[in-house]
Design a protein around this ligand. Structure first.
Ligand code: SF4
Ligand code: SF4
Length: 405
C-alpha cells in the first residue's frame, strides 16, 4: 500500500499497537490503518460488504490512534462520519430508545426511574426472566450500579465564594446514575471559591446519539445548551463526564462558519473544562497523606479526547492519596458510550483486560467518566474483585469531608 491515501494515511502502522480492537483480534482490518484503508475503498466507490462494515463499526471511537498518528488522521471521527451515513448503519434499535430517554425532561425522569429500580438485586433477577425486553448483557451492567447513596451536604463548607461563576453541566447519565457525584462536585467547586450555577434547562450533550451514528435531531439540544450557558452568565462550564466534555468541545464542528451559532459554539466550547481542570486551576487545600492507595483509569474521552491525565492525579495526591499506576491506564475499558450494549463480546474482553490490570494493593480505582465507571465496576464484581470504582470527585469529597456513604 505505497503512498498516501485520500484520508492522509501514510500506512506507517504507528497506530496499530494502540488500538484495542487490534489488540483483541490481531486483525489488520480491526486496526486504525485497516479501517482507514476500508474508508478509502468506500471513498473510491467500492461497495463494502457486511464484514467490512462490521470492522468499521467495531471501532470504539476511543481515539487512541489519533493521539499517536504522525499524519493526524482522525480515524474515530472518520468512522463516526461513516456511521452517520444511515445507509451503512447496522440496525441498532438503541438510538430510538436513547432519543426517547434523553431527549426530554419526562424521558430523563423515566431514565432515572429505570436506573433507580435497576439498582435492586430483586429487580435485576426479575428482569433476567424477560431477556427479550431487556437483554441479559444490559442487565449485566446493572451489577456495576452503585448502591443508593443519599447525598449529605458537608457539615463545614465555607460559602465565602470569591471566584468566577461556574456552570455545572450535569449530563444525563451522571444525573441518572451518579447524581450524588454532581452534588459533591458543587461542594468542591464551592470550596475552591466558585459561584456555582446549575441551570435546569440544560439538555443532554448529544454524545451518545452522535456516537450511535445519529447526528440529525440533536442540533436543537446543542443550540439549547449554548443558549443556557449564555443566559447563565457563567465564564466556565465544569463537566463531570469525560464523554460529555469531549463532545461539548466539538460543538463548533456542528455549524458551518457562516452560521451565527458557529461563533457562539466556539465561545461555549472554549468555556468547557473537565471538573478536574477547574478544581486544579482554582485550587483546593492540601491534605496530609491519608494512607489510601488509588489507581487511576484514564477515560478515553479525557485522555485521548481532551489530553487530560495529570489534573485528576495531582488533585488526588494533593488531597492525601498515594497513586499506584496500572499498566495501560489509558486503554479503553470497552464502555465506549453505548458500545458495551451493541458490541457485547468485544466490550467484555476489554472489560476483563482492564479488571486484570487493576493492582491488587489499591483501595479504589479512580476515573472521570460514568460509562467507564459502570463498565469497570460491573467487571470488578463479575471477576470477584472487591475494589470500589469511584469518580475522582467522590474520592476528593471523601478526603475533605469524610465518608461518601
Ligand atoms: S478510535 Fe480506537 S478502536 Fe477506533 S481505530 Fe482508533 S484506536 Fe482503534
Ligand atoms: S499512524 Fe496514522 S498514518 Fe500511520 S498507519 Fe495509522 S492512521 Fe495511517
Amino acid at each position: 500500500m505505497p503512498g498516501m491515501n485520500s484520508h492522509g494515511c501514510v500506512h506507517c502502522g504507528l497506530c496499530i499497537s494502540s488500538c484495542p480492537t487490534y489488540l483483541v483480534t490481531g486483525l489488520e482490518t480491526e486496526s486504525p490503518r485497516g479501517r482507514v484503508w476500508l474508508l478509502d475503498q468506500h471513498a473510491a466507490g467500492v461497495t463494502l460488504g457486511s464484514q467490512a462494515i462490521q470492522h468499521l463499526d467495531d471501532c470504539l471511537d476511543c481515539r487512541a490512534c489519533e493521539e499517536v498518528c504522525p499524519a493526524h488522521v482522525p480515524v474515530g471521527h472518520l468512522v463516526n462520519q461513516f456511521r452517520q451515513n444511515t445507509q451503512y448503519l447496522p440496525s441498532h434499535s438503541l438510538s430510538k430508545s436513547l432519543r426517547h430517554f434523553l431527549g426530554s425532561r419526562s424521558g430523563r425522569r423515566q431514565f432515572r426511574q429505570l436506573v433507580a429500580w435497576s439498582r435492586y438485586r430483586v429487580v435485576q433477577r426479575t428482569m433476567s426472566w424477560f431477556p427479550d425486553w431487556i437483554p441479559p448483557d444490559t442487565m449485566a451492567l446493572a451489577a456495576g450500579l452503585p448502591v443508593t447513596k443519599v447525598y449529605q451536604s458537608p457539615k463545614e463548607l465555607s460559602k465565602n465564594v470569591h471566584g468566577p461563576s461556574v456552570m455545572l453541566f450535569t449530563g444525563c447519565v451522571m444525573e441518572a446514575v451518579y447524581e450524588a457525584t454532581n452534588h459533591r462536585a458543587i461542594d468542591l467547586l464551592t470550596l475552591a471559591g466558585a459561584q456555582v450555577v446549575v441551570p435546569s434547562a440544560q439538555k443532554c450533550c448529544g454524545a451518545l446519539l452522535a456516537h450511535s451514528g445519529e447526528l440529525g435531531g440533536i442540533r436543537q439540544w446543542v443550540v439549547n445548551n449554548i443558549e443556557v450557558f449564555e443566559h447563565s452568565q457563567a465564564t466556565t462550564v465544569a463537566v463531570t463526564s469525560g464523554g460529555c466534555g469531549a463532545f461539548l468541545k466539538e460543538y463548533p464542528t456542528m455549524f458551518s462558519p457562516a452560521d451565527p451559532y458557529f461563533v457562539r459554539a466556539q465561545r461555549f466550547s472554549e468555556a468547557v473544562h473537565d471538573i478536574s481542570e477547574v478544581l486544579l486551576e482554582m485550587g483546593l487545600p492540601s491534605k496530609p497523606k491519608n494512607g489510601q492507595r488509588i489507581s487511576m483509569h484514564d477515560a478515553c474521552h479525557l485522555a485521548h479526547g481532551q489530553n487530560i491525565r495529570q489534573a485528576p492525579r495531582k488533585l488526588l495526591q494533593d488531597a492525601g492519596y498515594e497513586l499506584v499506576e496500572m499498566p495501560d491506564a489509558d486503554r479503553c475499558c470497552g464502555a465506549g458510550g453505548t458500545y458495551n450494549l451493541t458490541h457485547v463480546a468485544m466490550a467484555r474482553t476489554l472489560q476483563a483486560y482492564k479488571v486484570a490490570d487493576v493492582p491488587s494493593e489499591v483501595n479504589a480505582v479512580a476515573l472521570g467518566n460514568p460509562g467507564c465507571q459502570l463498565q469497570i465496576a460491573a467487571g470488578m464484581k463479575k471477576h470477584g474483585r472487591n475494589i470500589p470504582v469511584e469518580h475522582t470527585v467522590d474520592l476528593l469529597w471523601q478526603a475533605y469531608w469524610g465518608q461518601t456513604t
